[in-house]
Design a protein around this ligand. Structure first.
Ligand code: 6R9
Length: 646
């Protein structure tokens, strides 16, 4: 491990909202008196009906129940929009940078309010009402944020599906939550290429049948087929509805959104977040972790299809009256200077991105960075996967000119907001460590038996008490929620991550300990990729593991056993990669496919992934005990035919 320490500068300690003594005192209070602490913090949100109860949570295996502010009522869009109008109606709320560098838009809070009110009335016109689930399958355009906020205004529960997912993946997510309305766009635009979003929705709905309607926002104004009675152009309806929509009073524990995420088994889970606790937590973390100050231009490069986009492009920043930059494009288009040029163009102060992007840009060398100024930057952030110290140092030195602290923020779709992170004016940073817990967060490290380890330790990361942003259930499957997160260790939330704690009490996340891959910061269950592969007519069996990849963090390595008499050719390999892209989406494309006449199995038929991982990693000398295999000879074939890393 890297032991270099980057102390907090005097300047930062003095100017930031929270310095070290304040962090220590607030943290102490937050865990000793959660009711008092969170009652105070919840004042940052406007409540329609004030709450009288704060925390009511249990992690007991026979009674997992999580409620925060349970008798309070509020509306999320009123908090993200209406309440800012008195003071900052003309301030930019959403600064949009198009895929094409000549395109951008500024949406003030006044305009945001107009757009969200109209969008909410359009949803009502489409028949949507409180409690309904609405699927959003959109590109990165301001209308996506309008749509999300419009859902919250009328009390509908949105389920945003990443625009890179296939029709099949989309169909599964529409069906699982029973949405009757899909909001989409004609096409998306990324790196100059068009993404056929509406056509994908058509294909998804063809699989489902039934009575799902679509609302189509026009991004490219492509000539797309519209089905009479089912598909409606947003612009056509927007002209006809009233300009005002009263925000619905929602109970703090009413569902706010569902977001599907991969687990180690089965199909993706619908992670359910509720209204009050989520908003308090997203808002507080955005303000303190990024030390957001009035007038700052803040940019999170995530896609709103992921939780980072929900909490730190939309809900956190807008609840704080911030200016949030939304980027439609990719870091390498038109050139590898794009991120840095956008920072200069919009005078970005706070920049939050993923290690995979940092590593890819680092490979392009310093020159594309150095030819830009980046003088506006004050703070850098990282999220999505462990950041290797080399990439951290480069980010700090080259991008941040040794001037900007880095907040390495560890969290998950399930946690709603950041749980472990340095606060930039309070905590000295160590490259590669997410450092210390945020207020109210009580991490612990356990061994395989569930024994809590003290002091310097390495094991699995659990959280021993609830925080307001925590997911409440798996949509429609509370048993799966309990099983997945609360059955491995008693009375604790199991994160699925491995972790080390050093002598300073700093946490170092070491990566997933389950069958979840993290490819370019995207979560992917090995089981999902396997089931896509075996759905191909020539595939008899498949096993998927991760292997270290220089840019993506982890690459996808697939072992495939073909049906008898099928030739293992390079053409078939390409076909299988294309097949998985089509079944799930491009993010799930296998990097390497090895045709294997047999997979290493125990006598009871279990695939020994440990061995497959080692072979994929190229660690042949260290395969461990293979004597329990039904046919140890398959291992020799696997080793002899291992595919080379790219
Ligand atoms: C926010 C988000 C969650 C998984 C998580 C962990 C990994 C995220 C990290 C990190 C090390 C960080 N992860 N941030 N690992 N350091 N700063 O990414 O949510 O898509 O649900 O992924 O990502 O393994 O368990 P999600």
């Amino acid at each position: 491990m890297h032991d270099k320490i980057y102390p907090v500068s005097d300047d930062w300690a003095k100017s930031a909202q929270i310095d070290e003594p304040t962090y220590r005192a607030m943290y102490q209070r937050s865990v000793e008196d959660p009711d008092g602490f969170w009652a105070e913090q919840a004042k940052r949100i406007d409540w329609i009906t004030p709450f009288t109860k704060v925390k009511n949570t249990s992690f007991a295996p026979d009674n997992v129940s999580i409620k925060w502010f349970e008798d309070g009522a509020l509306n999320v869009s009123a908090n993200c929009v209406d309440r800012h109008l008195a003071k900052r109606a003309e301030q930019v709320a959403i600064l949009w940078e198009g895929d094409n560098p000549t395109e951008s838009r500024s949406i003030t809070y006044r305009e945001l309010s107009e757009q969200v009110n109209v969008f909410a009335n359009v949803l009502k016109e489409m028949g949507a009402k409180k409690g309904d689930r609405i699927t959003i399958y959109m590109p990165m355009i301001p209308e996506t944020a309008f749509a999300m906020l419009a859902c919250t205004r009328i009390g509908a529960v949105h389920s945003v599906v990443f625009g890179g997912f296939s029709p099949d993946s989309l169909a599964g997510r529409i069906e699982d939550c029973g949405s009757k309305l899909v909001i989409t766009a004609d096409e998306g635009l990324r790196a100059g290429k068009k993404i056929p979003l509406k056509a994908n929705v058509d294909a998804a709905l063809a699989k489902l049948g039934g009575d799902v309607k679509t609302l189509v926002v026009q991004r490219t104004f492509a000539d797309i087929p519209m089905q009479n009675g089912r598909d409606v152009f947003y612009n056509d309806l927007a002209k006809t509805v009233s300009q005002h929509c009263e925000p619905e009073a929602m109970n703090a524990e009413d569902p706010l959104f569902i977001l599907y995420t991969s687990g180690s088994t089965g199909k993706p889970k619908g992670v359910l977040h509720t209204t009050g606790g989520y908003l308090v937590y997203a808002s507080l973390t955005h303000s303190k972790v990024f030390d957001y100050r009035d007038g700052d231009i803040y940019w999170c490069t995530a896609d709103v299809g992921w939780v980072t986009g929900h909490s730190y492009i939309v809900y956190g920043p807008l609840s704080n009256g911030a200016t949030t930059l939304m980027f439609e494009g990719v870091p390498s288009y038109p050139t590898n200077s794009r991120f840095w040029e956008v920072i200069d163009k919009h005078k970005v102060n706070i920049f939050y991105t993923a290690p995979t992007a940092i590593r890819a840009l680092m490979q392009a060398g310093d020159e594309p960075v150095k030819k830009t100024s980046r003088a506006s930057l004050r703070l850098l952030g990282s999220v999505g996967e462990p950041i290797n110290p080399e990439a951290w140092e480069w980010y700090h030195r080259v991008v941040g000119d040794d001037r900007c602290p880095i907040v390495d923020t560890w969290w998950q779709t399930e946690t709603g907001g950041i749980l472990i992170t340095p606060l930039p004016g309070a905590i000295a940073q160590k490259p590669g460590s997410a450092t210390l817990p945020f207020f109210g967060v009580q991490p612990a490290i356990v061994d395989g038996e569930g024994k809590v380890l003290e002091g310097v330790a390495e094991g699995n990361l659990i959280i021993t008490d609830s925080w307001p942003g925590q997911m409440r259930t798996v949509y429609g499957d509370h048993d799966r929620f309990v099983q997945t997160y609360f059955s491995t260790y008693k009375n604790a939330y199991f994160t699925g991550d491995g972790c080390r704690r050093d002598a300073d009490g700093y946490y170092w996340i070491t990566g997933r300990v389950d069958d979840v891959l993290n490819v370019s910061g995207h979560r992917m269950g090995t089981a999902e990729v396997e089931s896509a592969l075996v759905a191909h007519e020539h595939v008899s069996e498949a096993a998927v593991v991760g292997y270290p990849h220089d840019i993506k963090g982890q690459g996808i390595y697939a072992y495939v056993t073909l049906m008898a008499a099928v030739e293992p050719t390079d053409a078939l390999r390409k076909e299988l990669v294309a097949w998985v892209r089509m079944e799930i989406g491009p993010i799930a494309s296998p990097d390497l496919i090895q045709f294997a006449p047999g997979l290493p199995k125990t006598r009871s038929g279990k695939i020994m992934r440990r061995i497959l991982r080692k072979i994929a990693e190229g660690e042949f000398g260290n395969l461990g005990d293979t004597s329990t295999l039904a046919d140890p000879a398959v291992v020799d074939d696997l080793v002899a035919n291992r595919q080379n890393k790219r």
